[in-house]
Design a protein around this ligand. Structure first.
Ligand SMILES: [Ca+2]
Length: 214
């Protein structure tokens, strides 16, 4: 009997300890771009819930959605266009940031990279920024969604994070490049390390072992 209790306790502890490996609770609104009114970025009728866009060389569309369950994504075709979303953060806390980029072979993207970055703010003051990753034109596969992801720590005094996606003329291409799409963006807070859980499980294990032996 006591042995089975110990086994159950160990199982629960093992489950709890494994939790910090997984991010929980998405912080973005409409990360899959499924909510809104598709259209050209320059059109005021285009509404992408949760997101702010700039420039006019972009499109909120239904062309190349990432997941089978959805239908919409965004794309841009010039470095004068981008999109971002802010989210509240806790200073000195870790966050996972991820998303998917796509370039169709029917619209060759030679010369243009699509970049995802995260910016950190305290109120309106920008503290710093970090690149999450990029779709590298001429290197990354066409017609295949590329996951871009990273683990970041909000700076001390940060209260806001901003995920940003845009094109950059990294390879010096001056003519119009091709289109690059984005979909299924996600930001998650990483739970505190399981040190307290480990400590608690260790004490519980010692307690149960003593009862079992005593
Ligand atoms: Ca989508």
């Amino acid at each position: 009997m006591k042995g089975s209790v110990l086994l159950v306790a160990l199982f629960v502890c093992a489950s709890l300890i494994s939790l910090p490996n997984y991010a929980v609770s998405g912080l973005l609104t409409n990360g899959g771009f499924e909510t809104g009114t598709p259209g050209w970025y320059g059109d005021t009728a285009t509404v992408i819930e949760g997101w702010t866009r700039w420039g006019s060389d972009g499109w909120y569309h239904t062309d190349y959605n990432h997941t089978a369950g959805g239908s919409k994504a965004i794309k841009s075709w010039s470095d004068s266009t981008g999109i971002y979303q802010d989210f509240a953060v806790t200073a000195a806390t870790q966050y996972t940031v991820s998303g998917f980029a796509y370039a169709p072979s029917t619209d060759t993207p030679v010369g243009w990279d699509s970049v995802m970055k995260i910016e950190w703010f305290n109120g309106a003051s920008k503290l710093s920024e970090e690149e999450v990753g990029r779709f590298i034109s001429g290197t990354d596969s066409l017609d295949t969604w590329k996951e871009i992801a990273g683990l970041f720590t909000a700076p001390t005094s940060a209260d806001t994070g901003r995920i940003v996606m845009f094109l950059t003329d990294a390879n010096g291409e001056t003519a119009n490049g091709g289109s690059i799409g984005w979909d299924d963006m996600d930001v998650d807070v990483v739970p505190e390390p399981g040190s307290l859980v480990l400590l608690g499980c260790g004490l519980a294990g010692i307690f149960l072992a003593k009862r079992r032996n005593g």
